[in-house]
Design a binder for this molecule. Structure first.
Ligand code: XIL
Length: 299
């Protein structure tokens, strides 16, 4: 195959990119996205501060632009994200526990309901764990306690029964305290019938990342009976070092049957959120980097 998407499709997987509406007017950006990728995650457009800037007032238009382009090209859409302590609308922070719970459940019902049937997987909850494997002490956790995560998953299942429901986090790129805390939560959810279908590994990496237990970590989650996905891959660096890390991640996903797809967190280095890190597969002129070839060969 000669594109990332087509190569991934040979094994039933997708290869996606985060896309921002800010650049949809740039032909080379859109052309590279649609030529190379068969999946998409809106980079910011489905986050709370955009979709519900005021209580019960919803703004779906920005993400709809991405979803409709994806649909017309048969691309898979990942929904990102329903419950996260960042990029929250300011009004959410002022709520007491009862109002926060009902606002969270309403947000999930409205947002997942709006894109029902159009999103293959939702990052239902994002970044809820600390590096030491305990729950992150942020808005939802502080006011609602541990139960908010399973409440969110149940609400998402009701809103869009066909979407895979994922927990998503970073610094989970091997067997470590954080990934083990998440692993224990997923095991508990599976044992109690809480509806969780997948775990997303953001994989914001660098050329010197140690990936010695990356594949084993994906596999131990898969063995719990959930799919795994690489959801926000980028690798700071350049040349052979960067290409090797991209290759290792690609090979790890291929080696794990339940690893269903990879998403890179952007198309071109010039628009990466990690400015200066040149962490993506296409340079600022949309030229294919060494890392691109490594990925295409490994898919
Ligand atoms: C980032 C976006 O790329 C930026 O444009 C935005 O300013 C901040 O958020 N983890 C996530 C993503 O789950 O939503 C973040 O995306 C990167 C870290």
């Amino acid at each position: 195959a000669s594109t990332l998407g087509a190569a991934a499709a040979q094994t039933g997987r997708y290869y996606g990119a985060a896309i921002s509406t800010a650049h949809l007017g740039e032909a080379a950006y859109v052309n590279t996205w649609t030529a190379e990728f068969n999946g998409v995650t809106p980079e910011n457009e489905m986050k709370w501060d955009t979709v519900e800037p005021n209580r019960n007032q919803f703004n779906f238009a920005p993400a709809d632009r991405i979803v409709s382009q994806a649909a017309s090209r048969g691309m898979k859409v990942r929904g990102h994200t329903l419950v996260w302590y960042q990029q929250l609308a300011p009004w959410v922070g002022g709520l007491d526990a009862n109002n926060l719970r009902s606002a969270m459940l309403n947000h999930i019902a409205q947002v997942a309901g709006h894109w029902k049937g159009q999103v293959i997987a939702w990052d239902v909850v994002n970044e809820a764990f600390e590096e030491n494997g305990t729950r992150r002490q942020a808005t939802f956790q502080q006011k609602l306690g541990d139960g908010y995560i399973e409440d969110a998953f149940r609400a998402a299942r009701t809103a869009d029964p066909g979407a895979k429901l994922c927990y998503n986090d970073y610094n989970t790129d091997g067997i470590n305290a954080k990934s083990t805390g998440i692993y224990n939560m997923v095991r508990d959810f599976k044992s109690r019938g809480v509806p969780i279908d997948c775990v997303g590994f953001q994989s914001h990496l660098s050329a010197n990342s140690n990936l010695s237990s990356y594949q084993a970590n994906l596999q131990r989650f898969a063995d719990l009976g959930v799919d795994v996905q690489i959801t926000e891959l980028d690798v700071g660096g350049s040349g052979t070092g960067q290409a090797n890390v991209f290759r290792q991640v690609t090979q790890a996903c291929r080696a794990v049957t339940r690893c269903t797809g990879i998403t890179v967190w952007g198309v071109t280095d010039k628009y990466s959120w990690r400015s200066g890190d040149t962490p993506l597969l296409f340079d600022g002129n949309y030229g294919k980097k060494q890392a691109y070839t490594a990925v295409l060969d490994a898919l």
